[in-house]
Design a protein around this ligand. Structure first.
Ligand code: ATP
Ligand code: MG
Length: 137
């Protein structure tokens, strides 16, 4: 199994591919079905944003280890317009696209770690991680 997979994002059809790849990569790590759905949903949101606001970009998936933790990293990057006010963009209900404005804050809640680096005129890079919860019960 490859440790890194990158998918070019050019249209809404790539959302399906990205979701599938994400699940495919997360299954062998031992995530529950619920967690797989949460990861796929978070992937959908950041990929949809690439299509809507940047037109094209890339979604990379990595298997990550930190100490004895294992998980998946999802990195969505584009060279689109960038986000002028990240704090605002992370608020529930904020949208420049007349949409619900729940994508980014939702994705953050679904994952364990969430980071945005964005520069106006340069692009946006979102890194999200989810760790396998081993010590449940
Ligand atoms: N990759 C991106 N490049 C540029 N701007 C972005 C990008 N992703 C998000 N944004 C900006 O952040 C705002 C909030 O994004 P978010 O996904 O939370 O909501 P939305 O896409 O507007 O609505 P929803 O996701 O609920 O359909 C967007 O309206 C847009 O202005
Ligand atoms: Mg969105």
């Amino acid at each position: 199994m490859e440790n890194e997979v990158c998918i070019p994002i050019n249209s809404e059809f790539d959302i399906v591919t990205a979701r599938q790849k994400g699940k495919e990569m997360a299954v062998p790590l031992g995530f529950s079905n619920t967690e797989l759905t949460l990861i796929a949903t978070a992937i959908s949101e950041v990929v949809r944003n690439i299509v809507e606001y940047a037109r094209s970009g890339e979604l990379c998936l990595n298997i990550v280890r930190e100490g004895d933790k294992r998980g998946i990293a999802v990195i969505a990057s584009d060279r689109g317009p960038g986000i002028p006010n990240i704090k605002l963009a992370m608020q529930d209900g904020y949208s420049t696209g007349k949409s619900l404005g729940l994508g980014l804050p939702g994705a953050k809640r679904l994952m364990d770690e969430f980071e945005i680096v964005s520069e106006v005129g340069k692009g946006t890079k979102i890194t999200m991680k989810k760790w396998v919860q081993k010590n449940v019960r």
